[in-house]
Design a protein. Structure first.
Length: 280
């Protein structure tokens, strides 16, 4: 420990160690998504996914034409939607109902709960995802991928939602504010040697097993991976302690299949198997 602003950190956000981790994360992301540094800037933002999306929209004009349907799309539309905007916005994966959305015509893409399971939407101009969901980072950092030739669209903006402020500090591999430092080191560790295909295969295998058991037990399944969304006619027949209950769920339950240890997933399967046996 040292005498820097965050007493419980092993270093500070102006240190050589921090800058090295910042560059390591950028390099890993370029490799994982097969992107070229000459085409994309990657900004690491100490913001939640929702705040990062807000930062992007406000930085590039303040309004978008929302082109996808779903809970998160609606949330953005309530504040920023304009039919007159020439910037199209879409959510790649609407987790509330496990729905994959077509964002092929969108300039700005919310991929907060979508990457790296889905293919990176290279047709977009800006893509936002986070460290703490599918990548399993300890704390949330947002990653904003911005095409270098899109920065000319930046509009004047004051304050810490100004994405251009983070871009200036990115040039020295730092952030303009004090971030969750250990979270960055955690992310760097998670990304080192990350095997995307193995990650996807694990989710697909889990999804197929869970879907078969739920349908065998007379339940319903909607949407598709990487989230597993299901329900039964009798909602109290499933232990929901380790499951997610989406807003306005109408009995739907969710298991985010990038989460949970193998043992926890086995326990979940045993619970579903019990329901199958009771139906038989």
């Amino acid at each position: 420990m040292g005498f820097w602003p965050n007493p419980n950190e092993n270093t500070h956000h102006r240190s050589a160690e921090f800058r090295a981790a910042y560059r390591q994360v950028q390099s890993s992301l370029l490799s994982i998504f097969h992107l070229r540094s000459m085409d994309w800037d990657i900004l690491l933002l100490p913001l939640s996914g929702s705040l990062a999306i807000e930062s992007v929209i406000r930085t590039f004009g303040g309004s978008v034409r929302v082109c996808t349907e779903g809970g998160f799309s609606h949330r953005v539309a309530e504040v920023h939607h304009s039919e007159d905007s020439d910037l199209a916005f879409g959510v790649l994966h609407e987790t509330n109902d496990s729905r994959f959305c077509n964002v092929s015509g969108c300039h700005i893409v919310d991929a907060v709960s979508a990457l790296p399971y889905f293919q990176f939407p290279e047709s977009a101009q800006v893509v936002v995802t986070v460290s703490s969901k599918q990548f399993g980072g300890d704390t949330v950092w947002s990653m904003a991928f911005v095409r270098k030739d899109f920065w000319h669209r930046v509009q004047p903006l004051q304050g810490y939602l100004d994405l251009n402020r983070y871009r200036k500090f990115e040039q020295i591999a730092e952030t303009p504010c004090t971030p969750p430092i250990r979270g960055l080191f955690s992310l760097a560790d998670k990304l080192e040697g990350f095997d995307v295909q193995q990650f996807r295969d694990r989710i697909d295998r889990r999804y197929a097993e869970a879907k078969d058991l739920v349908l065998s037990a007379g339940g319903e399944v909607t949407g598709g991976p990487p989230a597993f969304t299901f329900r039964f006619a009798e909602s109290d027949c499933v232990d929901t302690e380790k499951l997610w209950i989406p807003p306005n769920s109408e009995g739907w339950l969710q298991a985010f299949l990038w989460s949970g240890t193998d043992r926890e997933f086995d326990n979940f399967m045993e619970e579903l198997q019990r329901l199958t046996v009771s139906v038989d």
